[in-house]
Design a protein around this ligand. Structure first.
Ligand SMILES: [Zn+2]
Length: 142
């Protein structure tokens, strides 16, 4: 029973989760794009260091030849694409799926599994041993 991937993802997006949906999607897009750029840069650097051609690592479907081959045949438009016909087309409303939302604000911290060990850490702010750090410290220092 492991949900490490989901937990890692949730930890990665925790600062986005409180945002309105459009800003959340936008921030996730930016996070993903930054990650892809970093990985691509690392990959290109590794390939260059190996003294192999970068073309060897690009799939055939991303080559110009494959793109040209995709469009060498005539693509006919679908004749009914502008006006799709449905039975009872006057009553055709797409409704959202039925959902039951819990009351209150969604929890940000996950519920720990039974028997899960919590590592004790020392807070850099109040100096107490526990499960909080300088950032999450709620001790009031006078
Ligand atoms: Zn503290």
């Amino acid at each position: 029973m492991s949900s490490n991937a989901a937990e890692s993802f949730n930890a990665w997006i925790v600062d986005c989760r409180s945002l309105p949906i459009t800003r959340m999607v936008d921030m996730l897009r930016i996070k993903l794009m930054n990650m892809f750029v970093t990985r691509r840069t690392d990959s290109v650097a590794a390939i260059n260091r190996s003294e192999r051609r970068i073309d060897e690592f690009v799939d055939y479907y991303f080559h110009v030849a494959a793109f040209r081959k995709s469009y060498e045949e005539v693509i006919h438009p679908i004749p009914t694409s502008m006006r799709l016909e449905y039975e009872n087309s006057a009553n055709f409303d797409i409704l959202p799926p039925p959902t039951k939302r819990q009351h209150g604000r969604p929890k940000k911290r996950r519920i720990r599994s039974r028997g899960e060990q919590v590592r004790m850490i020392r807070c850099g702010r109040c100096g107490k041993l526990g499960n909080h750090n300088k950032k999450t410290c709620k001790e009031s220092l006078v």
